[in-house]
Write a protein that binds this ligand. Structure first.
Ligand code: FES
Length: 62
């Protein structure tokens, strides 16, 4: 599912960024490119981070 339409970032891209070590919203956005243009997707990125954190047990602040 596409989360960021400006940068064509999917939920899987966010999941990958988390697996690669991103722990904050800023890190995920920097690593994926999401939120770098219009910013409309930032809340969706945050929700995906929270969902992923719950499902894989990644700890840290969002
Ligand atoms: S939809 Fe992500 S920056 Fe515009």
């Amino acid at each position: 599912m596409v989360i960021c339409h400006c940068k064509a970032v999917t939920d899987r891209c966010v999941d990958h960024a988390l697996r690669e070590g991103a722990r904050t919203l800023a890190q995920v956005c920097r690593n994926t490119g999401a939120g770098q243009d219009c910013g409309v997707c930032v809340l969706s990125v945050k929700r995906e981070m929270q969902a992923n954190t719950l499902s894989v047990g990644v700890s840290g602040s969002a």
